[in-house]
Design a protein around this ligand. Structure first.
Ligand SMILES: Cc1cc2nc3c(=O)[nH]c(=O)nc-3n(C[C@H](O)[C@H](O)[C@H](O)COP(=O)(O)OP(=O)(O)OC[C@H]3O[C@@H](n4cnc5c(N)ncnc54)[C@H](O)[C@@H]3O)c2cc1C
Length: 504
């Protein structure tokens, strides 16, 4: 259920393992949050834009018997991101760490450079220490993590378990701009640096390892995954909203859409696991995951996608325009409000690989937003977002001609409607608190034959993580196979046995 990156990756892995797979997706095509909106210049990415951890996709395509580079054209960005502050200062970070160190030296002096190097080393140590026992482990446990830490006791200092990310950054950087820059990485998993654990500094290292642009935009990756899955025999049925998951004797036996019942030996859910806990897929699967594994919720976003001509400072592919004060940005978000002076991320899609277009180009602008129960935003809220976004950019000297209209905006309420049960949260459960990473639901649910894949499940949100979760789901299904009915069930509506199933 669901053709987001997690669902697509699961379909590829399960098909490679010999299962007959049918993917039912409520939207008209693959990608989920990896969405686009049309423009004269071609599709505009209005979902993820920063592709990191390339090896995760290489592994996936290899497992499917093919090569990633046969399906997508990737170019490494030399500049990871260009950052802008209100005082007029700017900082580029590079894929080459030495170039980044030089850049930080020019920006914050020799002390800033030393602190940057120390922070980068710490982020690398954390990433390397937790990649195995956390991200790549199907069922991480506090015991497993404790054993890892015991092997290298210095990790305790690196983790700073009693500190939030911002508290830890305040001890590592004298320059408040560098604290603000590195604190923003908490938002990559929908957190605030004032609530996320210091451990999440490791996200900075995943980006320092390289950022890639995909020819045709990020959505080209989802399309490539769909193409490979189809070539392996996976069937895709679009405009199929699953209304409920069918169970018998406490085991998932299929799903129901408006077209009828699709029987299966097992069901993999790629939607937000909060939809299960909220009973949106039927009462019998309400207990599939605990409430505490899906709540509290992570951040949402206000997302602009448009074509226009920029005037002002020279943009790179990925740009961050910081608000004046991070506390004044994240406090309102925690209270469910839109910040007055937000930090804005701008993807200048056509500048991937260092290309500088002449004339109108495609842009995505993201402002962090609070989760919501609403299904639509009011015109007043959209206009407020317009005013705050473009006013903040004007203060940085950046204008767009023409400015987009509110029709180019996806709101937290729109995300709630697009991804049922999510409350518009884009990254599943909140990452706040030291043990948040252990609280997400894992691939195996409490209902036999019902599994989870995607950013709402372990190891969490982001395109590489959602893709990694497919490895966990394939592993869980392989382990459970002995207890799964060997008979082939139908993947066709109507319940007739025809020899194929959503995921056996
Ligand atoms: C604006 C934005 C920017 C982001 N930026 C980045 C970034 O730069 N880098 C990065 O790595 N990550 C980024 N992310 C996060 C990343 O996009 C997600 O973590 C990832 O794409 C989630 O994939 P998923 O497998 O969880 O599936 P989703 O994308 O959540 O897709 C789930 C699918 O399931 C379908 N579905 C749900 N319920 C049903 C049902 N009942 N019946 C049928 N189908 C159903 C939905 O329609 C959807 O297609 C961003 C996200 C957003 C929204």
């Amino acid at each position: 259920m669901g053709a987001g990156v997690g669902g697509l990756a699961a379909a590829m892995r399960l098909s490679a393992a010999g299962h007959h797979v049918t993917v039912l997706e409520k939207a008209g095509g693959p990608g989920g949050k990896m969405r686009t909106s049309p423009s004269d210049a071609g599709p505009i990415d209005i979902g993820p834009t920063v592709l990191t951890m390339r090896w995760v996709f290489e592994d996936l395509f290899r497992a499917a018997g093919t090569d990633l580079t046969d399906h997508v054209t990737l170019t490494e960005d030399t500049i990871l991101a260009r950052h802008w502050w209100h005082d007029g200062s700017t900082l580029d970070l590079f894929s080459d760490p030495e170039q980044s160190a030089k850049s930080v030296w020019g920006f914050a002096g020799s002390k800033g450079e030393r602190q940057f190097r120390a922070f980068s080393n710490r982020a690398r140590r954390l990433f390397e220490a937790f990649q195995g026992p956390m991200m790549e482990t199907a069922q991480p446990s506090s015991m497993g993590l404790a054993l890892r830490v015991l092997k290298t006791p210095r990790l305790i200092m690196d983790m700073a378990p009693l500190h939030t990310m911002m508290q830890s950054l305040a001890r590592q950087f004298d320059d408040p701009r560098l604290r603000q820059l590195y604190g923003r990485y908490a938002t990559y998993v929908g957190g605030s640096p004032f609530g996320a654990p210091a451990l999440l500094s490791l996200i900075a290292h995943s980006e320092a390892l390289g950022v890639w642009s995909i020819k045709g935009g990020m959505h080209a990756l989802a399309q490539a995954m769909e193409t490979v899955a189809q070539s392996m025999g996976v069937r895709f049925a679009y405009h199929q909203t699953v209304k409920s998951i069918l169970t018998h004797d406490g085991k998932a036996t299929g799903v129901q859409t408006a077209d009828g019942n699709w029987m299966a030996d097992c069901v993999v859910f790629n939607g937000d696991p909060a939809a299960l806990a909220g009973g949106l897929l039927g009462q019998s699967t309400r207990r599939a995951v605990s409430k505490s594994s899906v709540e509290p919720r992570s951040l949402s976003a206000w997302v602009w996608g448009f074509q226009s001509t920029p005037n002002g400072p020279p943009l790179a592919h990925h740009n961050v325009f910081f608000g004046k004060n991070p506390k004044e940005e994240f406090d309102p978000l925690t209270q469910g409000k839109m910040p007055d002076d937000p930090t804005l991320y701008i993807c200048a899609q056509d500048r991937g690989g260092g290309h500088i277009p002449t004339g109108p180009e495609r842009f995505e602008i993201i402002m962090n937003g609070a989760p919501t129960h609403a299904q639509t935003a009011t015109t007043k809220e959209k206009e407020l977002c317009h005013q705050r976004t473009f006013h903040a950019l004007k203060q940085h000297g950046l204008t767009f001609g023409p400015e987009p209209k509110v029709q180019a905006l996806t709101t937290p309420a729109d995300f709630n409607a697009l991804f049922p049960g999510s409350q518009g949260s884009l990254y599943g459960r909140s990452p706040h608190g030291m043990t948040a990473g252990l609280k997400r639901p894992t691939a195996r649910t409490r209902i036999r034959g019902l599994y989870l894949v995607g950013g709402g499940a372990h190891p969490g949100a982001g395109v590489p993580m959602a893709t990694l979760s497919a490895m966990h789901v394939a592993g869980a299904i392989a382990q459970d196979q002995t207890s799964i009915l060997p008979s082939r069930r139908t993947g066709m509506p109507g319940g007739m046995s025809t020899g194929s199933s959503p995921a056996e």
